[in-house]
Design a protein around this ligand. Structure first.
Ligand code: SAM
Ligand code: SF4
Ligand code: SF4
Length: 389
């Protein structure tokens, strides 16, 4: 196991009227300030760059039964790897309590992720609890989940019955040998496809399939994947291989720019670009000119979309991260377990978001010193399986 930093500190400030001590730390974090002047959420919260908080991604487990090399490489995530103990995880009640506060601040979309979220025991109960949440305007929250689909055939109906509306399945290749190599646990493609079919049967509408494209590994699967999902209700999205975390040995020459993905598909099945349906949408969408459906590309590396980034991330143990490339979490679990009131926690979240200036991908694209410093010997960057994709 790589050495984990232990860099926690409690802010002390005259503004704070309650300080709650820290416990177990995997990544650097601090307990957020509870401002002396408490402020109830108004349903609209902007960060320092005028970006609203709209989307909350919740990692419900740091464990996974796959070992995708770009996310949890086997060499690092060995059988000896120490995942978080059960007591560190937020309970469903704690997750729901926090989610309610985020929704009060303006979040209207919640994505459950991980690790592999379907490994979390009783996940459908959490789905049921979150599906009860209402936005300040009285609307249900847009609730979705990202999964590797290994357990989806078993769970799809339960999830739907509990109130899940949509689902995203990760699938990196149709070729069985390529897929088994990429998940690195010899998991067959057929079982993922069976999971997708079960989701369709269960009525989980608007299914998305995410394919992470690694040049030289699965780029020859782009056209077969596109052909397979044309004329279906499934929207295929191609994701540029990202340099998240510190364990996947990321190299720029393994990134296949989305523009090349679009060009490849357009060469065979002509495409036309669609207008974004909402601000902050991560995927640029294209539709087949012959009406066979749509695809999306997520160009996190070649076309940073920080300017509209409205996503907050809650780690498995209740730390709030403001960016996928964050190094510091804001320990909301300490507030929850330290007895802070809803108003205090909501005020603390509000203050953290109002101060947010994160825009890592944009800074890296411009070669800025700030991004270089983040890539260097500073605090360890958070891993995708812990923070959620
Ligand atoms: N285990 C679930 C799954 O794979 O769908 C949910 C968690 S996974 C971290 C969420 C998404 O992040 C997946 O679609 C995965 O392909 C993507 N992902 C993980 N590491 C990535 C990387 N280095 N670059 C781009 N996408 C990545
Ligand atoms: Fe597991 Fe998902 Fe990461 Fe693959 S991408 S190792 S399935 S968490
Ligand atoms: Fe958002 Fe950070 Fe990604 Fe930029 S780099 S889009 S701020 S998560």
């Amino acid at each position: 196991m790589p050495e984990l930093p232990h860099a926690a500190s409690v802010h002390n400030s005259p503004m704070v009227d309650k300080v709650i001590p820290l416990a177990d730390h995997r990544y650097a974090s601090a307990v957020p300030l509870i401002p002396a002047a408490l402020a109830a959420p108004t349903g609209s919260l902007n960060d320092a760059l005028a970006r609203p908080m709209r989307d909350l991604r919740i990692s419900v487990t740091d464990r996974c039964n796959f070992r995708c090399s770009y996310c949890m490489p086997k060499a690092v995530f060995t059988p000896q790897y120490e995942f978080l103990p059960q007591t560190s995880l937020l309970s469903f009640e704690e997750i729901t309590r926090l989610a309610r506060l985020f929704v009060a601040h303006g979040v209207h979309k919640i994505r459950l992720t991980g690790g592999e979220p379907l490994l979390r025991k009783g996940i459908e109960q959490l789905v049921g609890m979150l599906s009860e949440l209402r936005t300040p305007e009285g609307r249900a929250v847009d609730l979705t989940l990202t999964t590797n689909a290994s357990l989806l055939a078993k769970k799809a109906q339960l999830l739907r019955d509990a109130g899940l509306q949509r689902i995203t399945v990760s699938l990196d290749a149709l070729d069985d040998a390529v897929f088994r190599r990429m998940n690195d646990v010899d998991f067959p493609v057929a079982d993922v496809l069976a999971g997708i079919e079960a989701a369709e049967r269960a009525g989980l509408g608007s299914i998305k399939v995410n394919m992470v494209v690694k040049r030289g590994t699965n780029d020859h699967e782009i056209l077969p994947m596109a052909a397979h999902f044309r004329h279906t209700q499934v929207a295929l999205r191609f994701i540029e291989y990202m340099d998240v975390g510190a364990t996947n040995g990321w190299r720029m020459d393994e990134v296949l720019p989305s523009a090349e993905v679009v060009a490849q598909i357009h060469g065979v099945h002509p495409l036309e670009q669609l207008e974004p349906s909402e601000r902050g949408e991560t995927a640029r969408r294209w539709r087949y000119q012959d009406g066979a459906g749509e695809i999306g590309v997520i160009s996190s590396v070649t076309q940073a979309f920080c300017r509209d980034c409205n996503r907050a991330r809650l780690s498995t143990e209740g730390k709030l991260f403001l960016c996928l490339f964050g190094t510091h979490g804001h320990d909301l679990r300490a507030l929850l377990r330290g007895g802070a009131s809803d108003l205090e926690i909501a005020s603390a979240i509000g203050l953290v978001w109002q101060q947010r200036e994160d825009r890592y991908s944009e800074l890296r694209a411009t070669g800025s010193d700030a991004a270089k410093a983040m890539d260097g010997a500073g605090p360890r960057r958070v891993e995708m399986h812990y923070i959620g994709g």
